[in-house]
Design a protein around this ligand. Sequence first.
Ligand code: PMP
Length: 295
Amino acid sequence: MYYTENTTLYCNGNFLKAIEAKTDLYGQTLHYGYGVFEGIRAYNTENGTKIFKAREHYERLKRSCELVNIPFPYDLKELEKVTYELLLRNKLSDAYIRPLIYCDPNMSLSRPTKVNIMICAWEWGGYLGDKMLRVCISSFQRPNPKSVKVEAKVNGHYVNSILATTEAKDKGYDEGLLLDMHGNVAEAPGANFFCEKDGKLFTPPLGNILAGITRATVLELCDELNIPYEVKHLKPSELRDMDTAFFCGTAAEVVGIASIDDQKFKKSWLDTVSYKIQTAYKDRVHERNLTASAS
Ligand code: PMP
């Protein structure tokens, strides 16, 4: 359940009951998938409710709009403020927050002149659960960066994600891992990918993937914990030699991968630096003492 009769959402400067909110059925976002969105989490921390990297998420929302020519007539600070207000009005602390910028009625393929913003929030556990995942290499590639702006979080791009996740689940796996147009490992349908070998982490470079805020946080944690890493292209065949791997994203957080195409990783998760990163990430978002978990 994403909302009940008591849920409030934010829309174009007002707080409304979710059950009373309306949208126009002639909009470009609904018809063409031409809109942008974000996925943000708030945590019940020792210092109260805190939205993790709110500024970075709203900056990416703005950047996504700029990349695809959607106007962004909003103040970033104000958006952060109304998001805290939204959480308060819904009595939410641990929550997933979904801002969406959607376009006005327009059936032509021209750039919009007027946009709308809605922000809603609900309680959501780890998107991919907390068990080690059985992953398969997807038959779907990530979108070609010469066809779309892959670094923008555009609604329509998620048809590719839905196809990949559905295929993986239909085949009995938990999630798919998509390659890019050159056959390099790219990312999951809604999360970035890391793998580990001999205590060092590897992750694909930007260019064919979403620039994940969790991915950036993982790299920050590596620096803080002196965990070596390399950003480089990986072929799926190289994954066989890895000790372990994980997906990371705002909704999924850091979740370990047990196997890829039924090939199990050799190392026990608890013996990996990836596990250290998972723990440090939990500490970071909850604003707990980082060094305590890293030792
Ligand atoms: N890749 C894709 C395709 C995603 O949808 C997401 C989720 N936004 C991510 C990666 C992870 O991004 P973030 O860590 O910013 O949530």
